[in-house]
Write a protein of this length. Structure first.
Length: 73
């Protein structure tokens, strides 16, 4: 793997982060627009959980890559 390349795992997690961000923005816009739909509150919670999970994947993937580099060194 090219040292400068983003791993497939990280790429997938970054896509998940973007999806969570979009979901959060949509729910926030709905709430700010006066929506009282409970699904918007649930969507905020889902977006938060998704963002945390994908951020953890990025962190773990980075740590694994560093460990592999340490082993090869």
């Amino acid at each position: 793997m090219d040292v400068g390349a983003v791993s497939n795992t990280t790429s997938t997690a970054l896509q998940g982060l973007k999806k969570s961000q979009d979901q959060l923005q949509q729910a926030a816009n709905n709430i700010a627009g006066g929506s009282q739909d409970p699904e918007d509150i649930v969507s905020l919670s889902e977006a938060s959980t998704g963002f945390k999970a994908n951020a953890a994947v990025v962190k773990v993937d980075s740590e694994m890559q560093q460990s592999l580099l340490d082993i090869k060194a």
